[in-house]
Design a protein around this ligand. Structure first.
Ligand SMILES: *Cc1c(COP(=O)(O)O)cnc(C)c1O
Length: 364
């Protein structure tokens, strides 16, 4: 028997979430962001649930090849553009649209030999200060691109640093609007948080929204809103079985470092999931987990292959019982990945992406 751990990718949830995002940004076209192997879900596995999108956005050229290999003929956008000049050959061959965020990428385009001109998304740095042209340099970059025979349509994009937080999008949105005023081209500015929060405003949603996390059922602004409040459903479940159940006397400790000590006699289960499966090692005692669909908590440190769970709320649990680390339990109870991430001091994005290759994955 293989080790009893399993991840499940929920096609119906991906479809539902996509529908939610469409409703949040009515009329806009929708990039399904599938970078990082579809946020850990697996591009091939997520494709079925996401193929209702208008395009796929990602970073890695091999991932773009995988999307084309699935038979997708629609738009694919490279969110960081090309990394070296010869990447442009693949863009020409596969018809990839690509972001242009720096002068070097324009230089490479100017030297590129292609029959079919490329569609590009010109990126503005409106305040996040990672990639893109500063507002005062944006028009010059646009003009340069416009003059190139290698370039077809130019679209305008930026990325928000605080769409999920208190600061919001105000200053960045104003900078983008000011610097792009009068420029021809489609606009794309909204990630998940901006799509859900501002997608009803026609100007902000623009022509293309670019949600990632929400498509996978994560709340972009947890804990302010949880996934259920946004009507998003988990697209990934990570579940394992209990491989041991024992009675712990008062005073006994569990796991490396003996960080948890029982104050009274208690029942403890050991689930076949550890940090080598992608479960966060920093999840402290008290991190929520479902056993047979009943909410309980982890105890002590997460090991490489195991984690201990408190069985006091689940007296019927025995070896073979289902432990749901995140996602949907057999009976339908939901443990949002955002809650587990929050307990571990991180975000749902990181947990999804960290699902380890050794975990068998199925669609369901
Ligand atoms: C990752 C990414 C997104 C999606 O962000 P979410 O917060 O997952 O919705 C959108 N745009 C760009 C440029 C990205 O890199």
């Amino acid at each position: 028997m293989p080790r009893p751990i399993q991840a499940t990718i929920h096609t119906a949830a991906l479809r539902h979430n996509l529908g939610r995002l469409r409703a949040a940004a009515p009329g806009a076209r929708l990039w399904a962001v599938v970078k990082a192997n579809a946020y850990g879900h697996g591009i091939e596995r997520a494709f079925e649930g996401l193929r209702g999108a208008d395009g796929f956005a990602l970073l890695d050229l091999h991932e773009a090849e995988r999307v084309r290999a699935l038979g997708w003929r629609g738009p694919i956008l490279l969110l960081e553009g090309v990394f070296e000049p010869r990447d442009l050959e693949l863009c020409s061959r596969l018809g990839l649209w690509h972001t242009v965020h720096c002068d070097e990428q324009i230089d490479w385009l100017a030297m590129h030999k292609t029959q079919a001109p490329h569609r590009v998304f010109l990126k503005m740095n409106s305040g996040m200060n990672r990639l893109g042209f500063a507002p005062r340099r944006y028009r010059a970059a646009y003009t340069r691109l416009q003059a190139l025979p290698q370039v077809d349509e130019i679209s305008l994009m930026t990325h928000f640093s605080d769409a999920d937080g208190d600061q919001g999008i105000g200053a960045q949105w104003a900078a983008f609007q000011r610097a792009t005023e009068g420029l021809a081209g489609e606009r794309s500015v909204c990630n998940s948080a901006a799509t859900l929060r501002h997608g009803q405003q026609a100007e902000v949603r623009g022509d293309w929204v670019r949600p990632g996390i929400a498509a996978y059922g994560g709340s972009p602004d947890h804990p302010l809103h949880d996934a259920a409040q946004w009507d998003l459903r988990p697209a990934m479940t990570l579940a394992a079985k209990l491989i041991a159940v024992s009675a712990l006397p008062a005073g006994a400790s569990i796991g490396y470092g003996s960080t948890f000590t029982a104050e009274r006699p208690m029942r403890v289960g050991v689930a076949a999931c550890g940090y080598a499966d992608g479960y966060p090692r920093h999840a402290p005692t008290g991190t929520p987990v479902l056993v047979d669909g009943v909410r309980t908590r982890t105890l002590g440190r997460v090991s490489m292959d195991m984690i201990a769970v408190d069985l006091d709320p689940v007296p019927q649990a025995r070896p073979g019982s289902e432990a749901t680390l995140w996602g949907v339990a057999g009976g339908g109870a939901v443990l949002p990945i955002d809650e587990v991430a929050h307990a571990a001091g991180t975000v749902g994005y990181e947990l999804m992406c960290a699902l380890a290759p050794r975990v068998p994955v199925r669609a369901g």
